[in-house]
Design a protein around this ligand. Structure first.
Ligand code: TMP
Length: 203
């Protein structure tokens, strides 16, 4: 049986991470690997309900409440989807994970970074990604790709997203072994070539 792998995809809204996740999924399946796709927020079941609140609730949401909802969804995703799949030797591709909370709630909403890290540890119960890709794009590219139809998070404004983007780059600087920054301004195929370079080193 293969050793399970946990791969996470990160970046600001409109960075192209979901397209790359689907391309990598096809690539791995063609090579005969068993994969599981999941996302935060909202892998499935209860997670989908939490996602709906987080992205569509139109009343006031406190920053701390928002954080706990993302963390609650994360615990559910780790316990019910990620860990069981990894134990079976599968490759888990996860659309957003702990670095989203650090970047969006920590750097973006300016909550205490050390506390967010501790809460992330509680939610993941020690599970860590083997590799994380941050798909980096400018705010201009992000806003073009997101378009006019914005969800609750996407309505957070330019200064917020500048902090989130810078936050992601700091996370990558702090953990260069795990976190790889991919220039996502390039064509889909060029971006995927960068992803494969790293993936082929670990599979
Ligand atoms: P998505 O469509 O890329 O999955 O977007 C989910 C939104 O939720 C996106 O704006 C990022 C945000 N988010 C956080 O703010 N904190 C988190 O911990 C996670 C997982 C997502």
């Amino acid at each position: 049986m293969n050793k399970g792998l946990f791969i996470t995809f990160e970046g600001i809204d409109g960075c192209g991470k979901t397209t790359q996740l689907n391309m990598l999924n096809k690539y791995l399946q063609d090579k005969g690997y068993e994969t599981v796709l999941t996302k935060e927020p909202g892998g499935k079941g209860l997670g989908e309900k939490i996602r709906n609140i987080l992205l569509n609730y139109d009343g006031e949401v406190s920053d701390r409440c928002e954080s706990f909802l993302f963390l609650a969804d994360r615990a559910q995703n780790i316990d019910l989807i990620v860990n069981p799949a990894i134990r079976q030797g599968k490759i888990v591709l996860c659309d957003r994970h702990t670095d989203s909370t650090l970047a969006y709630q920590g750097y973006g909403r300016e909550l205490d970074l050390a506390q967010i890290k501790k809460l992330n540890d509680l939610a993941t119960n020690g599970r860590k990604p083997d590799i994380t890709f941050i798909f980096d794009v400018s705010l201009e590219t992000s806003s073009k790709r997101v378009g006019k139809d914005k969800d609750r998070m996407e309505k957070s404004g330019k200064d917020f997203f500048q902090r989130v983007r810078n936050g992601y780059l700091k996370i990558a600087q702090n953990e260069p072994q795990r976190v790889k920054v991919i220039n996502s301004e390039k064509s889909i195929d060029e971006v995927f070539a960068q992803v494969l370079k790293y993936i082929n080193e670990i599979i």
